[in-house]
Design a protein around this ligand. Sequence first.
Ligand SMILES: *Cc1c(COP(=O)(O)O)cnc(C)c1O
Length: 368
Amino acid sequence: MNVPFLDLGRRPEALRKIDLLAIQGVLDSGVSILGPEVENFENQWALEAGCPAAVGVGNGLDALEIALRTLDLGEDAEVVVPSVSAAATVLAVLRAGLKPVFADVDPQTGLMCMESAEIAVGPRTRALIVVHLYGRLDRPDQWVGFCRDRGLALVEDCAQAHQASWNGQRAGSFGQVAAFSFYPTKNLGALGDAGAVTSSDIGLIRRAQELRDYGQAERYEHHRVGLNSRLDELQAAVLSARLQHLGQETSRRREIAQFYYDNLLHADLSLLERPKEPESHVYHLFIVRANKRSGFRSALLRQGVQTDIHYPRALHQQIAFESVAHSPGGLAQAERFAEVCLSLPCNPWMHDHEVEKVVESVNKLRVH
Ligand SMILES: *Cc1c(COP(=O)(O)O)cnc(C)c1O
């Protein structure tokens, strides 16, 4: 029996029916882009993110770019970003015409290290992107204070953190503005690309609405140099349908993660710091650190257990981002993290016996 890392084809039949009904509704409506389904999903997603409003856009990268551009940070503004993240985090800064600065990460979580971010802040720094990587919301209140004290805008990259909360407050409501992705593999995934921007500032929401649609304030009134990043009715309808099951799916992810935390035991493997607040982690990914990673991976694969790596290089080690500035403290932890991080299967479609098989396979592994 093989355990796939993630098989989206395993969505239960009942959920497929719900998808089909949503699609049929859009076909019947005759509206394809920015219609009632988009508005309906935006209203629902605003509630999920603890914000008064959300703006549906084409994908997560656009959501981040638009979020940054709503802030009007000015030319040459610097934005601090972690060096362990999806490439989109830094791509968005570059596409918004701003200057990213990489900060190092905390080896216990893989998330941005506050000391490293602190020394990355210079006279031209205007914003910081906190990435709730792997689905983990870690002391966001401290990032809020950090940015407030330094006069920086806080932007949240929530692409992996749908419905994560800290002291009852949802990811997406801590910063001035936040970006979500609904790429099919995310905790809430569309049937293709989709994303959203959330904010409690209605002025920023208005700008995001303009920016996603050619920068139009009114039809054929272009006030900004915008993008075409409109969410379509089909994706919005599917997202609304799937949202009804997200809570249940997140509970299943947490159950699997808890089983891993309680049972994984291997001399060459260490777990990341266990979150103290269960609600703060939605386990988009379950990461461990394996000293002999490649041996570990191939031995697991021989047992039929598929794993993945998020991410095999720190962002500053990518050719495309060679010229991006680094925090003066260096990025040694990010490089080390990229060498040892390993993602174990953790998704709502896993059966109990598969979860048990992952643990048994890991624990009995002999790695050379
Ligand atoms: C997926 C992801 C994005 C980008 O989302 P897309 O919809 O793929 O453009 C941004 N940031 C993080 C952390 C992500 O995981």
